[in-house]
Ligand binder design. Structure first.
Ligand code: ATP
Ligand code: ZN
Length: 283
């Protein structure tokens, strides 16, 4: 079978997690920082290491079959690719921000103002949607210094913690777009067997990440209260302990309601609670 090619970021915020995801899928490859391409020894896949901005275009043109890239980059390049799976990392928000003492207080106040950004396409579409007529100043980096230099009245940039905004005297003003890393494919690849296999592996890794394996001990007369709390997961496994009257309960719970559940389980008599990571969940 012909190998597929997947493009991932060569270096930067998405590189490490993209590599880790593929390794967690059981793919064996050398992560040569210096080369552009590496092959996977135990799967029909080659990995291309590229600048993130180039990934959607390579996939659209079919030079790569698949790619892992931020949704923001796909939108900005207006590429025609298939969205296959959100990957849960590289989360960030493209925001409008203004100087702390700015008089701008409503989106409408941006009319006639200038906004510096490295995302002119996303910003233009956003402004059109809200019928705002502002002047877009495209700059490629360090957008947050533009207002201080008198270059613009506002900026539109990626914010994850807000620290950079603050240290430049800016405050967030409105969200333009949320983004996370996503698996994309060239159009027409959807039914490909290698892709189906890879996608199944990726989804089982993602599912496992959201859940924990929990083992706990409880006296038999409290078992019902414990299983009541674990409703919603498939019926837990209950096994007798050597000590008369006690059982061990094994189950899988979601990361989201983890702490709430653990504390309630303790309050109905669960003891020796052990929580373990899950590597993969195959449905
Ligand atoms: P390249 O050299 O590949 O062009 P880059 O400098 O354009 O890299 P990075 O800063 O590595 O890009 O960011 C890659 C992606 O990570 C972004 O496009 C975005 O989707 C995501 N991301 C997550 N958090 C942040 C953040 N705080 N700042 C910037 N990007 C972020
Ligand atoms: Zn880039």
């Amino acid at each position: 079978m012909k190998n597929l090619k997947i493009a991932i970021q060569k270096s930067g915020r998405l590189n490490e997690k993209s590599v880790q995801l593929l390794k967690n899928c059981g793919l064996d490859f050398e992560n040569y920082k210096s080369s552009l391409i590496t092959s996977v020894s135990n799967f029909n896949l080659e990995i291309l290491f590229l600048r993130d901005d180039d990934i959607p275009g390579y996939v659209e043109e079919g030079i790569a079959d698949l790619g892992i890239v931020g949704e923001n980059v796909i939108d900005e390049t207006e590429s025609n690719v298939a969205y296959l799976q959100r990957l849960g990392f590289g989360k960030c928000t493209l925001k409008l921000a203004i100087p702390r003492d700015s008089k701008i207080s409503d989106l409408k106040d941006l009319n006639g103002k200038s906004i510096a950004t490295s995302y002119p396409v996303i910003l233009k579409n956003f402004l059109e949607e809200y019928k705002i007529n502002a002047d877009i100043q495209t700059i490629s980096g360090s957008v947050e210094i533009a207002p201080g230099l008198g270059l613009s009245d506002a900026i539109c940039d990626i914010v994850s913690t807000g620290g950079t905004l603050k240290s430049n005297g800016l405050k967030p003003f409105a969200d333009v777009r949320k983004s996370e890393a996503i698996l994309i494919a060239r159009e027409g690849l959807e039914e490909n067997e290698i892709l189906m296999e890879l996608l199944q592996r990726i989804q089982s890794v993602l599912r496992a990440k959201e859940t924990k394996y929990v083992v706990l001990n409880v006296e038999k007369n409290n078992l019902e209260k414990v299983t009541e709390l674990l409703k919603g997961v498939k019926s837990p496994t209950v096994v007798p302990l050597a000590e008369e009257g006690w059982v061990a309960v094994h189950t899988v719970i979601s990361e989201d309601d983890f702490w709430g559940k653990i504390n309630k389980l303790k309050s109905v008599g669960a003891q020796g609670i052990v929580v373990m990571p899950i590597e993969k969940i195959i449905l």
